[in-house]
Design a protein around this ligand. Sequence first.
Ligand code: FES
Length: 79
Amino acid sequence: MPEQPVDESVVTITPLDRGPNLVKGTIRVVTPSGRVLVTDVMTKLCRCGHSEDKPFCDGSHKRVGFSSVENGPDFHKGE
Ligand code: FES
């Protein structure tokens, strides 16, 4: 599938195979109390549940052998 042009006003979340959610676009991650953790144009958010730096990915998905398969039974297309 060809890559689509990037619309900087749209935040795009891409679940990486066997890895985190790659978030592209201007985003702000805040705590429940509203403290800003990061403002950036790209970050990786943990989806394996094993990061010591949640909500961010710290690479622990590799250590625990996190598995995900795009288009597999656990992949939700949102269509
Ligand atoms: S997805 Fe990377 S540490 Fe969880």
